[in-house]
Design a protein around this ligand. Structure first.
Ligand code: GLU
Length: 447
């Protein structure tokens, strides 16, 4: 594959660029519909046939590669240079932390001249970008994937859990996982179930803005995550991100109780039906609760990394065609997580399909699309009817954690009675016995 193809160019755009010997970073003049545009050729993402250039004013524009478009190369590009700083001296008195990178904004650096993106997660990169880390921990780093988190699969969760377990068994003081924020809540739930009986903390961390932007949250989130991994008294899976939109503190959420709630804000992650378990402020970790598994380096980790990928998450909406439920049953799915309305309902028109699914041995469980609160399927007839069909109510677990748990439970056993029991048993803080009063604000989070 040529550099141009690897940069997303295909079809007529690719032919035009090849014919004029243009590469990424070269300066082009493009004439289209009587207008002339000059700029640096940059990589493109997604579908489409436009040629993307970065103009002198800093804006990127896309020009459709139609047959009448003319291209001229007017300058040769300079390959992007990323300087790797030397590794600072590691202080042996500090905790030893393993940072593993899976990709996403936190792990990338952009050359804004050409748009070239590269993974910046070697120990030297990290100390270079975040020099304060040298006073917080000794770090080992490894890039396990370079994947935007929307492209991760349960197979990746298995590999990640296995890699983390290896390092914990080798005696590391804590683990930090750099991750894209879009599906970081799914991975934190998956690891909470896969890595049981943890001796040390495992902290996921992401960034809403990359490390080379002035408003980046990458460094503060990373320092908070490393500090918690090295010194927090708990030994659970947590997720570290900005507590508010300012840089004052980093919240550490429990891995099964946390959800991305805002597309762009730095405090996008909120604990749902729970409070964050800890916070890091001025390089000090403070616990918010007494109810957590204590750090104990002698505890023996139990690794259960298998997930069943034949589980569907079906969001109920008015008019949902029950054929959607039949479809998954016919496709051999073993579990269906229904995202029901309110206290735990779906329309009576779905009942027959649900009955057919359960009779065929498919586990059908239900969480509420309200996100906050607890399902109670004994209040209305609809809920009671669903319970009598054999639908499993999932307390105060929100749909994504419920879905990941169902995948994980079906990865451990096929016995539907056992699946039902485990789904309703609190294993790693995913089900709270009491619904805490939680103030909701317009962003959908707690204050
Ligand atoms: N969508 C990408 C991801 O989740 C990039 C955004 C981010 O890192 O937050 O990996």
């Amino acid at each position: 594959m040529s550099e141009l193809e690897a940069s997303g160019y295909k079809g007529h755009a690719l032919q035009l660029l090849k014919a004029t010997d243009c590469g990424i970073g070269d300066i082009l003049k493009i004439i289209s519909k009587g207008k002339s545009y000059e700029g640096i050729l940059i990589p493109r993402s997604g579908a489409g046939s436009a040629i993307i250039i970065k103009m002198k004013n800093g804006y990127n524009i896309g020009i459709e590669a139609t047959v009448d478009v003319k291209i001229e190369k007017i300058g040769k590009g300079i390959a992007p240079q990323f300087e790797v700083p030397p590794l600072p001296k590691q202080n042996p008195a500090l905790p030893h932390i393993f940072i593993v990178s899976t990709g996403g904004t936190i792990a990338s650096r952009v050359d804004y001249r050409t748009g070239a993106v590269r993974t910046a997660m070697s120990a030297s990169d990290l100390y270079g970008v975040v020099p304060e880390l040298a006073d917080v921990a000794r770090i080992d780093t490894e890039i396990i994937f370079s994947i935007y988190s929307e492209n991760l699969t349960p197979q990746n969760w298995t590999e990640l859990a296995t890699k983390v377990a290896e390092r914990i068994e080798a005696g590391i003081d804590g683990v930090v996982i750099a991750h894209g924020t879009d599906t970081m809540g799914y991975t934190s739930a998956a690891l909470s179930f896969a890595l049981q009986n943890l001796p040390v903390p495992v902290i996921l961390v992401g960034a809403q803005r990359s490390s080379d932007r002035p408003s980046s949250d990458a460094a503060t989130n990373l320092i908070g995550a490393v500090k918690a991994a090295g010194e927090a008294p708990f030994a659970e899976v947590g997720l570290a991100m900005h507590e508010t939109s300012s840089d004052i503190a980093i919240a550490i959420h429990r891995g099964t109780k946390v959800r991305k709630c805002h597309t762009s804000r730095r405090d996008t992650f909120k604990s749902i039906n729970a409070s964050p378990i800890a916070r890091v402020q001025n390089l000090k970790v403070t616990m918010n609760t007494n109810s957590y598994q204590k750090r104990d380096s002698k505890r023996k980790l139990v690794l259960k990394p298998i997930f069943c990928d034949k589980v569907a998450l079906i969001k109920f909406y008015p008019g949902l065609d029950p054929a959607v439920i039949d479809f998954y049953v016919e496709k051999g799915f073993k579990g269906i997580l229904l995202e029901g309305t309110g206290l735990g309902h779906v329309s009576k028109f779905c009942f027959d399909a649900i009955k057919r699914a359960i009779e065929k041995g498919v586990v059908v469980a239900l969480a509420s699309q309200c996100i906050w609160g607890r399902v109670d399927m004994n209040v209305y007839n609809t809920g009671r009817d669903l319970l009598s069909l054999g639908v499993i109510p999932l307390e105060d677990m929100f749909p994504e954690t419920s879905f990941v748990k169902l995948m994980w439970v079906l990865g451990q056993t096929n016995d539907s009675k056992e699946v039902a029991t485990i789904m309703q048993t609190n294993l790693v803080g995913e089900i709270s016995t009491r619904t805490l009063p939680q103030n909701l604000n317009v962003d959908g989070g707690s204050q």
